[in-house]
Each structure stands twice: as structure tokens, then as C-alpha cells.
Ligand binder design. Structure first.
Ligand SMILES: [Zn+2]
Length: 68
């Protein structure tokens, strides 16, 4: 499988993140090791397949808040 890697700035924390272009799957995967940010988008449609950004959706708690 051919994949092209490039360095981008993490949209979550601003650190250097890795972006992989997965040619075979038509996916673009961006991941940041500094803050665990992860986003996978479709290269053809730009649609978000999977996204995870700690601190962005839950400012204080790292895990989702569960109602009792
Ligand atoms: Zn980050």
C-alpha cells in the first residue's frame, strides 16, 4: 500500500502532527502524538470518517461524561 506522510500543524494543540495519505483506501489520516488528536477523512469527498480531539469536546474531563 502506498502512503504519503507529511508534517502538519495539529489543529487541536498546534504541535507538529503527522498526516498520512492512504492512497489505497482513499483516506487522509491526521494524528498528533502530543495530544492524541486523530482525524480520518475521505480523500475524495472530504467527509470525516473518524475524529477524536482530546480537550476540544470535553474541556476538563478526558472521557465522555456519563449521566447517572
Ligand atoms: Zn495535537
Amino acid at each position: 500500500m502506498i502512503s504519503i506522510a507529511e508534517k502538519v500543524h495539529c489543529p487541536n494543540c498546534g504541535q507538529i502532527a503527522d498526516r498520512y495519505h492512504l492512497e489505497a483506501d482513499q483516506l487522509i489520516r491526521t494524528q498528533c502524538l502530543a495530544c492524541d488528536y486523530l482525524m480520518i477523512t475521505c480523500a475524495r469527498t472530504g467527509r470525516v470518517i473518524e475524529a477524536y480531539a482530546p480537550g476540544l469536546f470535553a474541556s476538563s474531563a478526558p472521557q465522555p461524561v456519563l449521566r447517572p
